[in-house]
Design a protein around this ligand. Structure first.
Ligand code: ADP
Length: 335
């Protein structure tokens, strides 16, 4: 509320300055005109008197004519100067207005992201802790069969893994903010993709995966754990942001100096204006109060940073007929 009031106040001040500058310019312009007209009519009188006394050829008459021409030129210059300075002033005012507006929008967006982050992080921290606590309390209070112990333990393990991923992502994103130096090794991108898909098929039995390739050689120079994290983030997002049965298509293509990797899904898609913002730290599409999917908005930030560290590119396109397609280009050799 305070920020809105400040913004309104700045608009009022700007408007006042705009009107004041318009008014003062007009005043200056008309005073200049009046002064010119007074001087000019004086000269006309002098010219008339000189013409009557000594004729048009007299040196004084010619001198007066020259002075009149100089006066007109000076008047024109002054008019342009007033106009130019008014325009510069108005230009500076509008630039200020634009900067205030941009700053305000950035502030609003940062506040929204901070709030979203706090809500999502507290949810992501609280819910696994609550589940693990409940499981441990059940272990203490009840005599459970070995099957039940097994079931509860694997539930607790999943929640612990979720917590671990959250902490790892937080630490990794903090590390990526500084210069991240990838530890480069030989990596077969096709082999890695296929092995991750095999693991994910077991973890998400309802998801359907397909992996196709065009080319024969998919070896690149890369940080293996970094690229694994990129692929896992993108593949798990493809599953997470899908309301129906997920159908994920991975396509690898060998190009001259790089490998192109596309991951397409049949999920809810990403609105055009948010395709760039999703790579920002903590950015999540929509509002934390109404969203049902879990997450922190760190995944794509990490993905983008890792790809950048490999001098690669990542972009988002709409998949046809629905969903999202991530396109990554990774150079074969990181120079
Ligand atoms: P998180 O999944 O933890 O929210 P990410 O950084 O991985 O964070 O993703 C940021 C946002 O981008 C997500 O909240 C989601 O709104 C959107 N998003 C990411 N991947 C997809 C996808 N495959 N389909 C639709 N939306 C996606």
């Amino acid at each position: 509320m305070r920020k809105i009031r400040l913004r309104l106040l700045s608009y009022v001040v700007m408007l006042y300055m705009l009107m004041a500058s318009g008014w003062w310019s007009y005043l200056l312009f008309s005073k200049n005109q009046m002064a010119f007209e007074a001087q000019s009519s004086m000269m006309v009188l002098q010219l008339g008197a000189e013409e009557r006394a000594n004729g048009k050829e007299s040196p004084r008459y010619i001198d007066l004519l020259e002075k009149r021409a100089a006066l007109e030129a000076k008047n024109e210059r002054q008019e342009w100067m007033i106009l130019g300075e008014t325009m510069v002033f108005i230009g500076i005012l509008f630039a200020g207005l634009y900067l205030i507006d941009r700053g305000y929008r950035k502030e609003v967006e940062a506040t929204r992201q901070r709030r979203n982050f706090l809500l999502s992080i507290s949810h992501e921290l609280k819910s696994p802790i609550a589940s693990i606590k409940l499981i441990l309390q059940t272990f203490l209070k009840r005599n459970l069969s070995p099957e039940q112990i097994n079931k509860f333990s694997s539930g607790a393990l999943k929640e612990t893994e979720r917590l671990e991923k959250l902490v790892t992502d937080l630490l990794l994103s903090a590390k990526l903010e500084e210069a991240f130096e990838p530890h480069l090794e030989d990596l077969d991108l096709l082999e890695l993709t296929n092995s991750l898909i095999t693991d994910l098929r077991l973890k998400y039995p309802t998801a359907h995966f397909s992996c196709e390739q065009n080319g024969t050689q998919f070896n690149i120079e890369a940080d293996i754990s970094g690229i694994t994290s990129v692929l896992l983030n993108l593949l798990e997002n493809a599953i997470k942001y899908c309301k129906t049965a997920p159908f994920i298509q991975v396509f690898l293509e060998e190009k001259e100096e790089y490998i192109e990797l596309k991951i397409a899904d049949n999920g809810m898609g990403i609105p055009e204006r948010e395709k760039k913002q999703v790579f920002e730290k903590f950015y999540r599409v929509g509002n934390e109060d109404t969203r049902s999917t879990k997450g922190t908005g760190l995944g794509l930030y990490i993905v983008n940073k890792i790809i950048q560290a490999h001098r690669g590119t990542i972009s988002i396109e709409d998949n046809v007929p629905e969903g999202t397609r991530f396109k990554i280009q990774l150079p074969i050799k990181v120079k």
